[in-house]
Design a protein around this ligand. Structure first.
Ligand code: NAD
Length: 275
């Protein structure tokens, strides 16, 4: 056991699918301590976050007051961290609030626009406070993205299909957009047309991101989070695929980010920058 104080962590969205998994992971991490749990769902207000997460009582009730909970995190021996897995509509304000209190955000919620990311980045820089925003905390996904970037040197036709459960609010997924961004900036335009293409139904050919990478979103009950990167060239198809079969897949990346964010003084976007 280390003689350093454990990192105080607030989980925002503690009753959600990801939030519950994060509460469990923090309860098991010796170098972290859950000091606050926040969620806006009225049905869980006041309930023990550990009981809601299914890992037994932790004596940290779920509250609906983020600001008050952030204050708690500032009263600890070392600077606290806020993990946010909430909703695209609220994440920007949550992160701003955490930075204003000097609590370091680790953000998994997707849907932040480029403008919002850049504003949060400026805010973190000015506050000299670390922050991590990662559209995907799965290390397997980062490795898949890196393999695609390597392939991009040799191939010009790349389309991404992302498949998620039907309760996902944003499309395309933050991971798909991030993958397209990682594939861009190499001085090429992907998917040059070889015919005069006509979309009979709008959207049939997907959305364009980065340097013309095509993105397609599938939403179905039964899915969790899946992504295929399909790379084509005359005579060959190279397919990279990652399947998340359990949300536990994201936890090593989340815990790594909680540890790393305490060493940062600005905002880092993407788990790949921490590996
Ligand atoms: N980065 C990653 O690796 C990763 C992985 C999975 C999901 N996600 C993203 O995380 C987010 C949450 O996903 P989920 O599957 O856990 O969703 P969920 O709907 O199961 O959980 C969200 C929880 O947040 C609560 N909530 C909503 N707005 C809030 C707010 N403003 N303040 C406090 N609580 C609020 C809801 O009541 C709910 O309990 C989504 O944006 C999803 O795309 C990211």
């Amino acid at each position: 056991m280390s003689d350093r104080s454990p990192i105080p962590v607030v989980v925002n969205g503690a009753a959600g699918k990801m939030g519950r998994e994060v509460v469990k992971a923090i309860a098991q991490a010796e170098d972290m301590m859950l000091v606050g749990a926040v969620d806006l769902a009225p049905s869980v207000l006041g309930q023990d976050s550990g009981e809601v997460a299914g890992c037994g009582p932790l004596e940290v009730p779920i509250l609906n007051d983020l600001q008050g909970t952030l204050v708690l995190a500032t009263q600890q021996p070392i600077q606290g961290v806020m993990v946010d897995f909430t909703h695209p509509d609220g994440v920007f304000e949550n992160v701003r609030a955490a930075l204003a209190y000097g609590v370091r955000p680790v953000v998994g919620t997707t849907g932040l626009s480029d403008e919002q990311l850049s504003e949060l980045s400026d805010f973190a820089e000015k506050a000299s406070t670390g922050a991590i925003v990662a559209p995907n905390f799965s290390i397997g996904v980062v490795l898949m993205q890196e393999a695609a970037v390597r392939a991009a040197c040799y191939f010009d036709h790349i389309e991404i299909v992302e498949l998620h459960h039907d309760r996902k609010a944003d499309a395309p997924s933050g991971t798909a957009i991030k993958t397209a961004q990682m594939l861009s900036g190499f001085g090429k335009t992907y998917n040059p047309s070889v015919v005069n293409e006509r979309e009979i139904l709008p959207g049939a050919r997907g959305a364009l991101a980065g340097d013309n990478v095509r993105l397609h979103s599938v939403r179905l009950p039964g899915l969790i989070a899946h992504q295929e990167i399909i790379i084509g060239a005359p005579g060959q198809i190279y397919t990279l695929r990652h399947d998340t079969t359990d949300r536990a897949a994201f936890m090593p990346g989340v815990l790594l980010s909680i540890r790393k964010v305490t060493e940062l003084k600005s905002l880092v976007y993407g788990l790949e920058k921490l590996l």
